[in-house]
Design a protein around this ligand. Structure first.
Ligand SMILES: [Zn+2]
Length: 301
């Protein structure tokens, strides 16, 4: 199997030959077993556990039990409401805009653009494009003035290597074929263009301290998790000036603080219930700490 190919696993539990999603290495160490209870597995009749592997070469985390068809169907079925939940606090978009070289951006692509909330924050004279699998959310994005396209469109001569900026906010952790994803980034961007990625950090304090109870690994949608080393390994073939900044999923404000407090308050109850009623509850017991994400920026070679 070539680097970046999906691990040869099935959703029914056979784990034939797991490989690192970033470097393709088979030198993986089993780290955690976590239940699959939400996302594409919400309606699953019996609870399944998946294994999270850590690559001994690049430090990347890869989960088994990934089925591309099941996940694609799930994302396509999501409503605009799902994406609005992610948009309730737009301060993180402002934070991202703060590191964008806005004066040089005439054309931007947001991969996983949802309802177009982030793209709508750009000046109206900037050409705004989005890729979004949910047709419901894509309709909302178009209403915001976003031109929605798909990955194949990036090969069109009028789009290929023309974007000044490509963003992927909360996207790469949902992606198994990371080599293909990087090729899409490289195809879209002009030489010297900027990519900005927001994703979890497998070596953050939260990840190291909480282990299998780190909430990020408990979302069934998250099938992969970068660390600073693996994100550099992944981007280096096409990008340079890779810069990483520790950050939060949403900037820590009063609302996020209350949410975090509630997670910690409910954790002992959820943990105990899961111990008493194993396999019969459609929630997980998991925790979070601040600064468990990283903001990555890099320049197209
Ligand atoms: Zn690796």
């Amino acid at each position: 199997m070539q680097p970046g190919c999906s691990p040869d696993v099935s959703v029914d539990g056979s784990d034939v030959c797991p490989r690192c999603y970033v470097c393709g290495s088979s030198k993986l160490r089993q780290r955690f077993s976590v239940p699959l209870v939400d996302g594409p597995f919400r309606q699953h009749k019996s609870e399944t556990n998946r294994t999270i592997y850590r690559c001994e070469l690049c430090g990347h985390l890869s989960a088994n039990l990934y089925d591309s068809v099941r996940y694609a169907d799930y994302y396509a079925s999501l409503s605009g409401d799902y994406h609005c939940c992610h948009d309730h606090d737009q301060s993180r978009y402002k934070q991202i805009l703060g590191i964008v070289p806005t004066q040089s951006v005439r054309r931007v692509l947001d991969i996983g653009c949802g309802t177009g909330t982030f793209l709508a924050m750009f000046p109206s004279d900037v050409e705004r494009f989005g890729i979004e699998p949910s047709s419901d959310a894509a309709d909302c994005a178009r209403a915001e003035g976003v031109e929605t396209i798909n990955y194949a469109d990036l090969e069109r001569p009028e789009l290929r290597n023309t974007f000044d900026l490509v963003t992927a906010i909360d996207v790469v952790e949902h992606t198994a074929d990371l080599q293909e994803f990087r090729r899409h980034l490289a195809t879209a961007l002009r030489p010297g263009g900027t990519v900005i990625i927001l994703t979890g950090d497998a070596e953050s304090r939260s990840a190291r301290f909480l282990g299998r109870y780190w909430i990020y690994l408990n979302y069934a949608e998250h099938i992969t998790c970068f660390c600073p080393r693996s994100v550099r390994t992944w981007l280096q073939p096409d990008f340079s000036r890779i810069e990483l900044t520790k950050t939060d999923h949403h900037p820590l404000n009063l609302r996020e603080g209350v949410s975090l407090f509630r997670i910690w308050l409910l954790f002992p109850i959820k943990w105990l219930l899961r111990r008493l009623l194993p396999g019969r509850l459609n929630f997980y017991a998991a925790l979070s700490l601040p600064r468990d994400h990283m903001l990555v920026s890099a320049i197209r070679n």
